[in-house]
Design a protein around this ligand. Sequence first.
Ligand SMILES: [Zn+2]
Length: 467
Amino acid sequence: MTKIGLEIHCQLTNLKSKLFCSCKANYREFEINENICPICMGLPGSLPRLNQEAVKKATMIAMALNCTTPDKIAFFRKNYFYPDLPKNFQITQLNIYGKTSIGGTGSIIVGDKKIRITRIQLEEDPGRLIYEGSSSKNLITLVDYNRAGTPLVEIVTEPDFENPKQVRDFVNILSDLLENLEVSDPGLDGAMRSDANVSIEGGNKVEIKNIGSFHDLEKAVHFEITRQESLNSRDIQIIQETRHWDDKRKITVSSRSKEEDLDYRYFLEGDIPWIIIDPKTKENLKSNMPESISSKKERYVSKYNIPTQVATVLSSDKFYSDLFEESHTEVTAKEIANIITTDLMGLIDTREKRKESKITATHLKDLADSIQSGKISRNSAKNALYEIVKTGKNLSKVMSELDLGNVSDESELLGIIKAVIFEELKAVEEAKSNPQTINYLVGKVMQKTKGKADPKLTLDLLKKQLK
Ligand SMILES: [Zn+2]
């Protein structure tokens, strides 16, 4: 049996400052080594100050993953000599004096499988090492400390995954959940990094470090399983080791460094006191948490009668569910859910397109209103949506520029209907005896108007003509 466990490092990208100083958490907008100060550089005499917002956000993540939350948390120094942290230790968490990590055991359902969470830690991100040359033969290593001290949440799971697909489903659910909580933007480069441990057939466990994106995580796990199966089939012993993910060659590579075997000499971080998180604070946090994805989904189904599948897609993506929340009324909910999931999601299917898109809640509201009042057909609405996403122009402007409005002028429509009746004598006779077949004639009118005839008015006028 294959056993896979994960350690997911997730940056709290929506915070203003780093975990222990006032440097910006958004280090990406700085020139190299410009987002630093004596605290995150660990200069002598500097003292860390804990970012309270980071504690709140990390607690929210723990709650959303159904983890226990301790009444007090502690921080520890993990000592290591490596150029990515200039002070030679990382401030992190460890459950040695009781459960003092920000999140205890929890679980989350993925498909029909329960994935257990072992613990959640709040810690500082190290700096970024930049290798010049190929990873196997580095000539120079450069280091950028802008990231050093950025708030990071580490989510550790039990080895409950049995295949790469479950891993992918889990990280998809997790990244939707983090985005919905407004704690992190999983799409930012380097915001989600993982380690995985993989063992097959009860054999030795291999750790894969340094997987830079969720996309690569599934690939890395898949590669490692195949590698171990291939060794097994040739009766070669799988050694317990740490391997690195080489994202250029898309393979795992044995890491010769002995850094994992170091005794990290953990000890309590004396410069940060134990932090009490009292029940009232927890209650406040819980009640102020954004509505969960599953609760949104249930509401969409029960209140608006939106089909479960549509509600699932709509609720799991914060960008779209926000648009939906801002634009819908009780009457237009189903229509807007439909426009978003069948048309809009296809038009802006990447993060880049989403960023460039000019669509607003007002556009969606106008579109749904116009469809429901017969001003525009669903088909033409699709064309209008395309133009709106591209230009951001308001609907009425787009409709007049592209001539997308429905033919709702009674005399104009009557002329077209009369022409259809003249051409379709046989169908007319049939519709007179069997009113069900009138849709064929409606279709002919639609054809003549290129789908722009107001459907309700067309039907009314046709019925009158056939009497
Ligand atoms: Zn700093």
